[in-house]
Write a protein that binds this ligand. Structure first.
Ligand code: ATP
Ligand code: MG
Length: 449
């Protein structure tokens, strides 16, 4: 009955029943060779002309089937990395653990991967013993394999679909197309084993379900709560990459809610604890994520610095307050608080130095928005990071952390010029005026050492 149904729906043998994959024609899946990027099509065709098997695989096929625009293209082939490199003029091998080839086609970079094999589960090829840590996390999986092996080592069924642009067919080993139609995110193999091998798959499950509007299959979602602490074993740089993907996939609000629902936010990352456990900061963070989601979906660029500046702002505010109460002057206190917050995060999250610099610039400009007299507002407008800092100020106003009036003043100040702008300036505050008089009276003294 089920087999009949699948045959009717897909026009083919049910995948898995005979061990053979389903080969699904374009009439059933609707993806044409023109649907994929020129670069990926050309890459596949070139490999095929050289006598190799090649397919577009993974996220791109999944996203196209779901009616979304893929963000990049992966190609899988039976050619070894060296063989791939020799097929193209602009190609280079990257990675040490598992070599992949980056093929450049105009502005596009296509990631080409040789079919990967099993890494030593019971019953797999002898001699391919997995290298794992104490918790079972796979440390090395650098074994080439067959097309079928390659499909089995992918994480979710919807990610194991192989599109051949030449025949316009999709090869489906694990009922991925049916799962996508039924809006189910299903793990290939035993979910517990697969999470143990690579705990990041728990985060991928949440991100992909949120992005594609899928329900995580109960088999795959049930173990997450009890296994969440395995995430602590994952190297910080990999977690940072995954967090960045999660926060910039265009569905960050949904992802963060789902992380909480799955019990994945605790002890997962200090950053997430920070985001989700502060009722006061939650509104600000959610507004920031909503605006990031909007920008991503409109195809506008987003800055990781801005994003992380918003995520950590409440930490800075509370540390800043503590340091001021202890007697430090406001501005030095802010800089101390900024350094402290970034130091704690850097340990766990491997925030790059460049991003940390952007974050600090945005924070450090915030108190300068308070100064609305004399030449200072003009100076602030000239700052290279002014626009980002201003956007940040708008979010602070929207979340009611500061008065709307201040944000409105700056919006007007930017929109006016000449006399109208000058007329907006406020009279100097009494203590500022005093400081200025003192500075004027001071002779141009030589700097004292
Ligand atoms: P996106 O590009 O939207 O982040 P994606 O699924 O394409 O999603 P990639 O990281 O580009 O994610 O991975 C490409 C493919 O490689 C996936 O579709 C999946 O088949 C496989 N893959 C990626 N990460 C894992 C993993 N941790 N375990 C098993 N397979 C994985
Ligand atoms: Mg991808």
């Amino acid at each position: 009955m089920i087999r009949k149904f699948i045959t009717r729906v897909f026009g083919h043998k049910a995948p898995g029943i005979t061990g053979e994959p389903a080969v699904i024609g374009v009439a059933r899946h609707g993806i044409r060779r023109e649907s994929i990027s020129k670069g990926s099509r050309h890459t596949v065709e070139t490999l095929q002309e050289h006598g190799y098997k090649a397919y577009v695989v993974g996220g791109a096929v999944r996203d196209l089937l779901a009616g979304m625009t893929p963000k990049d293209y992966d190609v899988a082939t039976n050619a070894t990395p060296d063989e791939v490199r020799h097929c193209f003029r602009r190609a280079r091998i990257i990675g040490r653990r598992f070599q992949i080839v980056h093929v450049s086609m105009g502005a596009e970079t296509i990631e080409v991967t040789t079919f990967r094999g099993h890494h030593g589960e019971v019953g797999s090829h002898a001699g391919n013993k997995a290298h794992t840590d104490d918790q079972g996390r796979v440390l090395r999986d650098n074994v080439f394999g067959s097309e079928k092996d390659d499909a089995a080592r992918r994480d979710f069924t919807v990610n194991a679909l192989y599109f051949d642009p030449t025949s316009e067919t999709i090869i489906d080993y694990h009922h991925g197309l049916a799962d996508l139609k039924q809006k189910t995110l299903r793990m290939i193999g035993d979910p517990k084993t697969r999470y143990r091998e690579d705990p990041v798959r728990m985060l991928r499950a949440v991100r992909l379900a949120a992005k594609l509007g899928l329900t995580i299959d109960p088999e795959a979602s049930r173990p997450i709560r009890e296994m969440s602490e395995l995430i602590e074993n994952v190297p910080p740089s990999r977690l940072f990459d995954e967090m960045l993907k999660l926060l910039t996939c265009g569905y960050a609000v949904k992802c963060v809610r789902q992380l909480r629902a799955e019990g994945l936010h605790h002890g997962l990352l200090p950053l997430l604890d920070v985001i989700l456990d502060q009722p006061l900061g939650e509104r600000f963070v959610m507004l920031a994520l909503e605006s990031t989601d909007r920008r991503v979906r409109q195809g506008k660029p987003i800055s990781p610095g801005f994003l992380f500046a918003t995520l950590l702002w409440n930490e800075v505010l509370s540390k800043w307050q503590t340091i001021k109460i202890a007697g430090e002057r406001p501005i030095p206190a802010l800089f101390l608080a900024m350094d402290e917050v970034l130091e704690v995060q850097a340990e766990k999250l491997a925030i790059t130095r460049r991003i940390a610099g952007d974050i600090k610039d945005i924070w450090a400009l915030q108190p300068r928005f308070e100064q609305r007299s004399g030449k200072r507002p003009y100076g602030l407008l000239e700052q290279p990071r002014f626009k980002a800092a201003y956007d940040f100020l708008l979010l602070r106003a929207e979340s009611s952390e500061i008065d709307d009036e201040l944000a409105q003043w700056w919006t007007d100040f930017m929109n006016h010029d000449g006399d109208a702008r000058a007329a907006m300036l406020l009279p100097p505050k009494p203590d500022e005026a005093k400081k200025r008089r003192r500075r004027k009276r001071k002779p141009e003294a030589a700097p004292t050492e």
